[in-house]
Design a protein around this ligand. Structure first.
Ligand code: AOS
Ligand code: ZN
Ligand code: ZN
Length: 383
């Protein structure tokens, strides 16, 4: 139990700045009370999540949604609030120029503009001390014949190589894949295999990020995790839940068992280290945002605790003996354990309240921001 607690104490989960802004679907963005008006206030809210969970010390930025004049100042402010800047997320999907793609666009001018933005994101990493660039491309085509699938791969490779070469010592990029949306016929980075192949060609500073909402229904995500870890190419996660497509709901809400299976493979594969970034990529369209993030961090923590509880020796023995039911029971025993008392105890040992949700609700922070902040910012989409 001491080992499990030590592992849990070392866990780090990154929250995304965009989770604190107003969001919605393509039909409606709902405004909530007390929503941040600028990146500084987003960091202040993220610091609340860290203050009550103790395991969310970094915040991912999205450029240009979090554009400021002085990034070093933003990083200083983060430090004062008790958090640090995590991954820098690029945005090459919101300009009119990107209608037919960004780095894979048929027009070299648009490709140049997109790659320049990615390079600017590396400058922001330098200024903020961030070591990770997260690349997600909305690039793809809607109709057969619209553009040449193969040439688009060449253009993608060319841009990625330029960004890769710009990375400094201790910096890396994570390439994110997504099955579809906004492109509906062929996406340029649709799956882990495509992302993996590009990353292998580029070298050790390029790794794959697994967004749990970016697969076809029924995909075995823990297999992908096991495979990428084995190859040293799992750079991190964008955690969220999905029922249908890229729903960006709270992680662990739709399928806590899947989250447990993923965390088990992470631990089994030696990925429970700083090497693998455990990030949330979610939107709280109808639920309050700070509690939504606290709940999500707790869900990942619970799945991790259960995965750590798996009796690995007993599992190996059952596997060796071909004891199908025995092996499955070892895994299920861990999954079915109520780890909430253990986590409450762990928090108290760290000087935290045993129930982060209740402690935040009692703190008065929400009432304060609701009164102080008028005209909160939209997370980004359609802004
Ligand atoms: C988009 O579907 C991806 O999940 C990206 O990670 C994206 O940058 C993020 O969701 C913010 O839009
Ligand atoms: Zn994502
Ligand atoms: Zn997504």
């Amino acid at each position: 139990m001491t080992d499990i607690k030590a592992a849990l104490r070392s866990q780090r989960i990154e929250t995304p700045s965009w989770a604190y802004g107003n969001s919605g679907t393509r039909f409606k963005v709902f405004a909530q009370q007390g929503v941040p008006r600028d990146p500084y206030e987003k960091l202040a809210d993220a610091a609340q999540v860290h203050a009550y969970t103790g395991i969310a010390p970094t915040v991912a930025l999205h450029i240009p949604w979090d554009k400021v004049d002085d990034y070093a100042d933003l990083a200083r402010h983060a430090g004062e609030a008790g958090v640090r800047i995590g991954a820098i997320n690029s945005n090459v999907f919101q300009d009119d120029d990107y209608k037919l793609g960004s780095v894979t666009h048929p027009d070299a001018r648009v490709r140049r503009k997109a790659t320049d933005h990615l390079l600017e994101c590396v400058d922001i990493m330098d200024a903020t001390g961030s070591d990770t660039l997260k690349l997600w491309f909305s690039d793809g085509i809607n109709y057969p014949g619209q553009d040449d699938i193969r040439s688009r791969q060449d253009r993608l490779a060319e841009s990625l190589a330029e960004v890769y070469d710009r990375l400094g010592e201790g910096q890396r990029f994570l390439l994110e894949y997504k099955l579809f949306e906004p492109a509906f016929y062929a996406t340029d980075v649709p799956d882990w295999g495509t992302a993996y192949a590009h990353c292998v060609k580029l070298g050790p500073k390029a790794q794959v990020v697994v967004d749990t909402g970016h697969h076809a229904p029924g995909t075995n995500i823990e297999f992908i995790v096991a495979f990428l870890l084995r190859e040293g190419k799992l750079g991190g996660f964008d955690f969220n839940s999905r029922f249908y497509a890229d729903d960006d709901l709270m992680v662990g809400a739709a399928d806590p068992f899947q989250l447990f299976r993923i965390m088990y493979e992470v631990i089994r594969g030696g990925g429970f280290t700083d090497e693998v970034a455990f990030m949330l990529d979610q939107c709280h369209n109808i639920e309050p945002k700070i509690p939504g993030q606290i709940r999500s961090v707790m869900n990942v923590q619970e799945a991790t605790a259960k995965a750590l509880l798996v009796d690995r020796d007993a599992l190996s023995a059952a596997q060796r003996e071909g004891d199908v039911l025995g092996a499955n029971a070892v895994l299920m025993d861990a999954y079915n354990t109520d780890v909430r008392p253990l986590l409450a105890e762990l928090r108290e040992e760290q000087g935290l309240a045993p129930d982060p949700m209740a402690a935040y609700a009692k703190s008065g922070y929400f009432e304060k921001i609701a009164a102080e902040r008028v005209g909160g910012q939209q997370a980004g989409w359609g802004a």
